[in-house]
Design a protein around this ligand. Structure first.
Ligand code: ADP
Length: 497
């Protein structure tokens, strides 16, 4: 069967790239399966989409926010109806197991319902004026056209974190989805269009980063940029945005740790570390790639953890028997391979895994064994650098204080977790862990959409997605003074003295 051909969405029309170039979207579980053919766009396509979005902005910003919210609410309902189909599309293009892709669609549904409600809130504040018969308030206003560049690991959830808060606030947008997973973003936006979104409010331009993403940074009508992806690309984007005075939200890498203390429920911690480390095949910015275990329970933890990792079923995500799907592409699997070699040469003990899986009909996909290094220490590269694969390093530790120091001793600061039944230790950890998110007795993954999502240090540049932080990014404050005294009143001068 010929692969389906998909197009860009510009001004409500499905259009080819102006130069007619395309790229293939492959199934990472079987690269012979072509999910679709997508336009390989360039600067001209991006510029056209931005112009259309700038025109649409003039109407959309004047559409009452509660009306905007109703469209988003309908989109949530449509996504609920299509959840299973969209989850299956996502497993096919991205690889993660069905229960996770259902969760990814659910995250978009949750975000849509939450942001629909924001249409009747979007609150600012009123304050007293220092002058008589004068009214003062601060209101939120939209920015204009927002450019969005997104990664492949949450191909519907992450675009939803950006699109819904942006459009409820009155912005319009142009999104450049990851080239490995363009279909899920297209499905999300299709649901929005079917919900009645006016043409031009959300536009999609498919293609590769430097050709179809970078032009967003240079266009003068793009008023803000939201990026999720690697820290290397984030640096390029942040610098270009700064050069052009564009507000820019960067959400990047992580090297997250689960700390397991002697008094922890060890079995619970093992469940958490397996889910945190091997969920999404380790390809989450919140993945628990380090597990720091207090020495009193280290051997017990390591033995059980390794036998559970060995028992995991790896295979195509579409088969519900499997626990873990493939990695996204050849490059990602090569990175994993490289770090396994680095770990071995650094003296970490390979307890299980460490190889690509080709047997059992998996040779056409990017499958890697769940891999565990033992007796690692915090300064090893496998414990410092983001791998984005199913590789976990177990690090023995003497105390909570030392564990916190190891957890904090990396360039990133996204998520952290502590397993303990001691409330005093839990609170000290909550205070001292330098991450944007901390879990107690739960793994490093599992963010809910109405709380701030983001991290410290090289993970981000201070903005937050999720919750009200997203509205803060997609709006700017406008101060308004209304003088009803019928005379000239001069602030700071007519002080009444
Ligand atoms: P990941 O490997 O997690 O997807 P990347 O940072 O490589 O992370 O990619 C994230 C997004 O950034 C993708 O949509 C990609 O196409 C885009 N991208 C990559 N390089 C650039 C670039 N130079 N300019 C703009 N966007 C880019």
């Amino acid at each position: 069967m010929a692969a389906k051909v998909y197009k860009n969405l510009i001004g409500g029309e499905w259009v080819e790239s102006r130069f007619g170039q395309t790229f293939e979207n492959q199934n990472p579980a079987n690269t012979k399966d072509i999910v679709g053919i997508f336009p390989k766009s360039n600067k001209d396509d991006v510029n056209q989409a931005v112009e259309v979005a700038a025109t649409a902005f003039e109407r959309w910003r004047l559409t009452p926010a509660p009306r905007r919210g109703e469209i988003i609410y309908r989109c949530a309902q449509i996504l609920q109806e299509r959840k299973e189909d969209y989850a299956r599309d996502m497993t096919r293009e991205m690889g993660k197991v069905l229960k996770e892709t259902r969760g990814d669609v659910q995250e978009a549904i949750d975000t849509a319902f939450y942001m629909a409600g924001e249409g009747r809130r979007l609150d600012g504040h009123t304050v007293p004026s220092e002058l008589p018969n004068k009214f003062a308030m601060a209101v939120r206003v939209p920015l204009g056209v927002v450019g969005m560049i997104t990664p492949w690991n949450f191909p519907m959830a992450i675009p939803s974190w950006k699109i819904f808060p942006a459009i409820i606030s009155g912005n319009t947008c142009v999104i450049k989805p990851a080239e490995d997973t363009p279909l899920s973003t297209l499905n999300l936006v299709r649901a929005l269009m079917d919900a009645g979104l006016p043409p031009g409010v959300v536009n999609i331009v498919h293609g590769y980063g430097p050709e179809a993403g970078a032009p967003l940074l240079e266009h003068p009508d793009v008023r803000a940029i939201s990026f999720t992806g690697s820290s290397e690309v984030g640096r390029i984007i942040g610098q270009a945005a700064a050069r052009n005075f564009k507000p820019c939200s960067l959400e990047m890498g992580g090297k997250n740790a689960i700390i397991v203390l002697n008094d922890a429920n060890v079995d619970l911690a093992i469940d958490g570390a397996l889910w945190g480390g091997f969920g999404t095949t380790g390809q989450r910015c919140t993945a628990a790639s380090r597990v720091i275990v207090e020495k009193g329970v280290y051997n017990q933890f390591a033995d059980k953890f390794v036998s559970r990792a060995k028992a995991m079923k790896v295979g195509a995500g579409i088969d519900e028997q499997n626990d873990m799907g493939p990695q996204i592409n050849q490059q990602q699997i090569e990175t994993t391979q490289k770090y396994v070699e680095i770990g071995k040469s650094e003296g970490a003990k390979l307890l299980t895994g460490g190889n690509r899986i080709t047997a059992g009909g998996l040779g056409e996909g990017f499958f890697w064994e769940p891999t565990v290094f033992g007796d690692a220490h915090g300064k090893m590269r496998v414990a410092q650098e983001e791998i984005f694969g199913p590789v976990i390093s177990l690090i023995p530790t003497d105390s909570l204080e030392q564990a916190v120091e190891i957890s904090n001793g990396v360039a990133y600061g996204l998520s952290s977790a502590v397993y303990t039944r001691d409330v005093n230790k839990a609170f000290k950890a909550m205070r001292d862990l330098q991450t944007g998110i901390t879990y107690i007795n739960a793994p490093t993954i599992g963010a809910e959409v109405h709380l701030p999502f983001g991290g410290t240090k090289a993970t981000g540049n201070g903005h937050r997605e999720g919750g009200i932080g997203a509205i803060d990014f997609y709006t700017q404050w406008k101060a308004i003074y209304v003088d009803y005294s019928d005379r000239l009143q001069r602030a700071q001068i007519d002080t009444g003295e």
